[in-house]
Design a protein around this ligand. Structure first.
Ligand code: I85
Length: 373
């Protein structure tokens, strides 16, 4: 790859632009709001509502109209062109008792959360092949986001919802309350790359790798039913657990992992690397044999996850708390981290040419002069 194309690595994506203009009329003109609370998100609660025109059921997220909420809606709107991200149907800007609100009408996901469904998996066993299918859908959502240079930064089980109760229902990602645009100065160079100082390129950003770590944790739970890191005391997070996360200390206990393929263990280990620079990227995961399915025979033996999740359901709330806490810590860390890419790893076609030339020179008979570098 040439030196120049290296700097313009991020592809430009052309797609139809749907501009987001919140409707100003009262939402109650178009929808009947229900008092049923479906859940509570980072920035607001989610209610059920019904379209007056179609009679269709929808989910409605109510946000206080502040800049953070505008950002959430804007990023979610840009992202939801993917089939694996919960779709936004309408956005309203209404006032309630002098309080300005953003009302986000979404398609209704009626199948519930990912792990609730696996817990209830009873009519047929949950196998590694099915785990791979779940993983591919999460990867489809994430790769779409990362391609748009967006990091979700709150990838956790509660934000992965099934469209319906049907066995072949699609799984989608939601809640963009912590999402962030990963702007790269690389995309709009206004300097001659040969002379650019490292600090001009800005710090390397690790927001996307935060999503990759979350993916590793979710896959681990998917395959065995319990998280890779947990506190022995039962508290949501303990000093011991923090230490184990920082040092990357986790194991694959035989009782649940013996018949699990080595490919997926190896992939999870690549996702749970403590150094974000070494962690697998979305591109690498998409090429991984366990995801592509090439040359991997996914064991058809039932996984232990459905049983463990059902038997240890009292632990689930804690597991969710632990993950939320770890994600919060990671968001703080990636916001601070500054690291400059080592220049000597950048491919340089000019040097390459010179090295090739030297090899040729070295082979030519005496009299020719090789230039020392
Ligand atoms: N449908 N994290 C956990 C929900 N359809 N849910 C959460 N942040 C969001 C709730 C708390 C996710 O942005 C959330 C958000 C958006 C939704 C959402 C979007 C679309 C749903 C916070 C349901 C649901 C589940 C079962 C049954 C039914 C709906 O939550 C229904 F009543 F329709 F049958």
């Amino acid at each position: 790859m040439s030196f120049i194309t290296n700097l313009w690595k991020q592809p430009k994506i052309t797609r139809p632009v749907r501009s987001l203009r919140p409707k100003k009329n009262a939402i109650t003109d178009d929808y009947v709001l229900s008092k049923t609370v479906l859940g509570v998100g980072v920035n607001g609660k989610v209610l059920a509502c019904t379209s007056k025109k179609t009679g269709e059921k929808h989910a409605l997220k109510v946000l206080r109209d502040v800049p953070k909420a505008r950002r959430e809606v804007d990023l979610h709107w840009r992202a939801c062109v993917s089939d694996y991200i919960v779709d936004i149907v309408d956005v309203y800007e209404n006032s309630f008792g002098g309080q300005k609100c953003l009302l986000v009408v979404m398609e209704c996901m009626e199948g519930g959360e990912l792990f609730t469904r696996i817990q209830e998996h009873s009519e047929h066993p949950f196998t590694e092949r099915e785990a791979a299918s779940v993983a591919r859908q999460i990867c489809a959502a994430l790769s779409h986001l990362h391609h748009l240079n967006l990091a979700h930064r709150d990838l956790k089980p509660e934000n992965l919802l099934y469209k319906s109760k049907a066995r072949d229902s699609v799984l989608k990602l939601t809640d963009f309350g912590f999402a962030k645009e990963v702007t790269s100065k690389m995309q709009t160079p206004c300097y001659t790359p040969y002379y650019v100082a490292p600090e001009v390129l800005g710090p390397e950003k690790y927001d996307k790798s935060c999503d990759m770590w979350s993916l590793g944790v979710i896959l681990y739970i998917l395959l065995c039913g319990y998280p890779p890191f947990y506190s022995a005391s039962g508290a949501a997070i303990s000093p011991g657990m923090k230490r184990r996360i920082r040092l990357g200390q986790y194991t694959y206990p035989d009782a649940e992992w013996k018949s699990v393929s080595s490919e997926v263990k190896q992939m999870i280990s690549g996702l749970l690397r403590t150094d974000p620079a070494e962690r697998l990227s979305m591109e690498q995961v998409l090429c991984h044999a366990w995801i592509t399915g090439q040359g991997v025979v996914h064991p058809q033996e039932p996984l232990m996850s459905a049983r463990v999740l059902a038997e240890e359901s009292h632990m689930w709330e804690e597991t969710q708390e632990e993950m939320a806490h770890a994600l919060a810590t990671m968001r703080v860390d990636t916001d601070k981290v500054t690291r400059v890419k080592e220049m000597d790893t950048i491919a340089n076609p000019m040097l390459e040419r010179r090295r090739k030339k030297q090899n040729v020179d070295a082979k030519t008979p005496a009299g020719s002069v090789g230039s020392p570098v």
